[in-house]
Ligand binder design. Structure first.
Ligand code: DSN
Length: 410
């Protein structure tokens, strides 16, 4: 790169990534092919509209690209060929937030109700939170988890939906470690005549790899980002049952977006093909095994894991149970090279800027080649850091040595 200032920052960031242990649940390490597609000449092309219905010339090749990407997306997630006719997919959303916004824009009248998991319980801003535009244009009906089990209580969910009659119910979360029962959500949606949307952004890769139940037999709409467990570029997709497809397409373009990022779409196509391979199934299962091993080891070392464990790629640690705030814990871990994010835990009495816990996820380190043995080592490093049982300088060295052994993907 001729721009030395930027090249220098890219090189430094690559070094930082390789020398640290990345436990951010929503991050991953994409393949070289995904990066090549992102950096390709496709970034030069404007393609407002949809395949064969563009507002610019020169789109015959990107039309092929868009069609192929959609075909790959449907093939990966809609397993039964007979069901393929039922589903449509829009692969133009720039990322998860605009994808969710497009769904509401298409299907929920302004001031209508979005029933979504409360942010502090593990939901997402775009599930109707008041600081997001999704909570300003629409009214959120928030649901949470049971105080004792810290799991979704489907009876309360049903009661709330019947009482509030939301227009749309969103199943999905950013900090909920348990399997979501999509069949129960379907029953709740049917009982309240609501549309059922699943935001599978966090666990899409696990669904693709068969390590998490598929929402496709139950949902009307499924949104997902492509850069988390799915291990693609930063982008998103909206799957919808045919009867909603036209409204969704119109909401994405011209409703909310301009020209699609064709380079990102090409990278999504690459990631979708990678996710269809047998190795990806192994990868998805290993992500869950690693999260379970890490949670179990931390539990053994005396840390309280929210809901007692995990069925997925992530879990929450209640650091306040040991009198350490989430921010203090996150900062201390970052100083030794372990990257997590501070996170609220259900019924948190503290604020999101300094909450009671941290969120830990395994997709990135699993891509880099780690297995259960390394999860045990990471748990020991986390425990020593947070309890201050070893000098920070020693922990910095131990973390770096471990991280540098696992750089697969770079
Ligand atoms: N910020 C993402 C996450 O980390 O879960 C969701 O948008």
């Amino acid at each position: 790169m001729k721009d030395k200032a930027i090249q220098n920052l890219v090189t430094k960031e690559e070094k930082r990534q390789k020398e640290t242990i990345n436990l951010i649940a929503s991050e991953n390490v994409v393949s070289r092919d995904v990066r090549e597609a992102l950096g390709s000449v496709l970034t030069n092309k404007y393609a407002e509209g949809y395949s064969k219905l563009r507002y610019y010339g020169g789109n015959s090749i990107v039309d092929e690209l868009e069609d192929l990407t959609k075909e790959r997306a449907l093939k990966l997630f809609v397993r039964q060929p007979a069901d393929l006719r039922e589903w449509s997919v829009n692969i133009q959303p720039y990322s998860g937030s605009p994808a969710n916004l497009a769904v509401y824009h298409a299907l929920v009248p302004i001031s209508g109700k979005i029933m979504g998991m409360e942010l502090s319980m593990g939901g997402h801003l775009t599930h109707g939170h008041r600081v997001s535009v999704t909570g300003k244009l629409w009214k959120q009906v928030p649901y949470g988890v049971d105080k004792k089990t810290e799991k979704i209580d489907y009876e309360s969910l049903l009661k709330l939906a019947k009482q509030e009659k939301p227009n749309i119910i969103v199943a999905g979360a950013t900090a909920y470690s348990r399997i979501i029962d999509f069949k129960k959500f379907r029953e709740v949606a049917d009982a309240s005549s609501a549309i059922l949307m699943v935001d599978m952004s966090h666990f899409a890769g696990l669904v693709a790899g068969g390590a998490y139940p598929s929402p496709f037999p139950y949902a009307d709409i499924i949104t997902t980002t492509t850069h988390k467990t799915l291990r693609g570029p930063r982008a998103a997709m909206i799957f919808s049952k045919q009867k909603y497809a036209k409204a969704i397409d119109k909401a994405v373009f011209p409703g909310l977006q301009g020209g699609p990022h064709m380079n990102a779409i090409a990278a999504v196509a690459v990631a979708l093909d990678e996710a269809s391979k047998p190795e990806f199934k192994k990868y998805a299962k290993q992500i869950v095994k690693n999260a379970q091993a890490l949670a179990a080891e931390l539990k053994k070392l005396g840390w309280r894991i929210v809901s007692g464990g995990t069925d997925s790629h992530l879990f929450l640690v209640d650091t306040m149970a040991q009198d350490i705030s989430g921010k203090t814990a996150g900062d201390a871990l970052e100083r030794v090279g372990i990257i997590v994010n501070k996170n609220t835990i259900p019924y948190d009495a503290r604020s999101p800027v300094d909450p009671s816990g941290i969120r830990i996820g395994t997709p990135a380190m699993t891509t880099r080649g780690m297995k259960e043995k390394e999860m045990k080592q990471i748990a020991i490093l986390i425990n020593a850091t947070l309890r201050g049982t070893k000098p920070e300088t020693t922990l910095v060295k131990e973390t770096k040595t471990l991280a540098k052994k696992f750089t697969h993907g770079y």
